[in-house]
Design a protein around this ligand. Sequence first.
Ligand SMILES: Nc1ncnc2c1ncn2[C@@H]1O[C@H](COP(=O)(O)OP(=O)(O)OP(=O)(O)O)[C@@H](O)[C@H]1O
Length: 731
Amino acid sequence: MTMELKALDLKGLYFPPGELIAERFKLSERIGEGTFGQVYRAEDTLIESEVAIKLFAREVLRTPLDEERFLKATRAARTLTQRNVVRLHDSGVHKGHPWVSMQHLEGLNLQKVLKMRQERGQRFELEELEPIVAQITLALQHVGRDYPHGNLKPENILFLPDLLKITDTYVLAALAPEVVAERAHQSPFMAPELRSAAGAPDARADVYSVGALLKEMVFGPDHAPGSYRGDSQLEAVDALIQRAMATVPDERYPSVEALGEDFATVVDTGQRLVSDGNGAAPTPMPPAPPMAPAAPSAELLEEETPLDIGEPPEDDIATVEVKRSGQKPELIDMLPTNEVDRATHAAPPVTSTSSGTASSGATGPSAPPPPSQVPARKERSPGVAGKVAATPASAARGAAQKKTGGKVPVAALVALIFIALIVALVAMQRDDKPAANQASISAAEAVSPGEPKPEELANASSVTPDSGASDEVAEAAQARREAMASLVASAGPQLYKAVDDASQAAATRGEELAEETRQAELVAAQQQAETSAPQPEQGGSSSTSPTGRASERTASGAASRPTEEAARPVARGTNCPSGMVLVRANAGNFCVDAYEYPGRGRTPKTRVTWFEARRLCAQDTKRLCTISEWRSTCGGSAYPYGNSFDADRCNTADEDGFERNVSAAGSFAQCRSRSGAFDMTGNVHEWVEEQRVAGGGFDSSEDVASCRYSSPKAPGSGASNIGFRCCANPS
Ligand SMILES: Nc1ncnc2c1ncn2[C@@H]1O[C@H](COP(=O)(O)OP(=O)(O)OP(=O)(O)O)[C@@H](O)[C@H]1O
């Protein structure tokens, strides 16, 4: 049996403002409506918090079985807690209307962003789409492979300042197949197999939807296959979309992850790379394109970037790792995630991926700050603004700053941009007529489109019919939302891109300067040791390392701290052994294992001392990476994927600060640096030549699981969370 959904009376409100749902949720204004029902802003009177309520049309429930199905599916969906999934709080049936309550999001949906862009003839750049696809993939992974979302479409993708969330994850399971089938006939984003109520859709239904979303975002609604605007990269994307949208599920990608991986590869390399079909990590990419185009020249950087790079304190990992024991607390179904609060404290958005090409123009969804329930977690890694006023500089950084003469053009420029934007924001918020100054609104929203301001929050909660909010206030709110839309649709991405480029360049150069200073300290300390102290005898007691730290001795008594790095000739070759990727660095090219030892799909070797790691690399005619090489591989940003921490992207402590387990190398497919190396942060801490461990492990939070973190470690020690990867010179 099918039903004429379009015939449903959705023009009027189901209930007047002030209607109390489940004696708890007081309806306010209607946010929007779709085929199945209406979404309202509402107040949760129990905890005095704003929520969104989706009320379904009565017609979707025709039998007691339908109601049972609805309640069961929505109850199950309340356990979904991944950050890219809108959190569901409660559900029920009110006067015949099924309903769900959920976090209210003050953002824009993709439909609106698409519309704005299409009106201006703008398309999404491929680099912008990579983090979007990555976050959708994470959300869908969480929702579950066995039961697809099924109804993924632009209206169900909501953009917040620094991340996106998908809604309606429960709809397919909650509604009768006949109802879904009727909807599928109307939606270009729903897989064809959903048009039959008899079908048993699987994850490939979502592959179809993501393909349709990509098609819309890359090519727009009028795209005819074959018209690539003369661009071979677009041709590759089009082929990928065709495969994703194949009518027969068997001909599609087997999973959204597999699709996402191919898409990332096309974006990063401009090439097609067919994944292995199982959603596992693809074969390591061929040598990465030079990273140089993205960064300003070294000369320029030296002038411009004496920023504190915000390296975390060099405590031993044991002192900074997150707690290792303890059960995850029970999830409280009714706990509202205070998205507003999170958004208010979010760091400035930054680009989360990079293509390695000079032309990238990404908007950068980044991770939100940690939930307030996790007091142990520190402040988020600083964005650009944060970097300018970071923690006290180390001696190395101080030296690096001296070297640059303390000039701060990039920092000043970025700070100026932010100050100007903040001034504009304040001016806008003081303005009694918010729509009056579109330019200042747009500029202010560029900092953080969609981010609610304190006054706006106050307004939002006062825009309840009960409080007698005026039309003028509603209009002002609407004007502000339009301004946000305008910004996201045009200026925002460019600004994010500019800020991110500056940030990355600054971070990269800061790292280089710090490393140069470290090397200088090494040489100086060594010279001092040579002239003022007798050489320790073979097998003697521990010596002081060139950095002033005690270092152990090898079994033969030879000094364990290597110093040959400085003398290593600059390598210019580009051929790497199998399983390694090429990294091009100013100091010379080098090859690095794409995966932690022993390699892809294998559990990393742990409980390995520095000596053993070194020996195992040498067995393969490789060597341990220097810290400088390791950092270059990880990339110029704080994390392999950008400057904002994402607890789900690499195998680190999870969003709530709880450790995961060590996993097979490469299983976190999105944890890939731009050079093509996996698990640079998280999974296992990695030994480097300087007798340090870098990158954090499955138990590390954002401070430690970072490209910038490393910690000295006694070379004879090993632990269940310490492994390594090897480097080699290219031929
Ligand atoms: N939690 C939320 N917070 C804020 N806005 C939301 C929320 N959930 C949905 N919306 C918005 O409400 C509007 C209506 O959503 P709704 O889910 O009813 O429509 P739809 O997804 O287009 O249709 P369908 O009924 O087919 O699912 C959309 O613009 C959507 O972006």
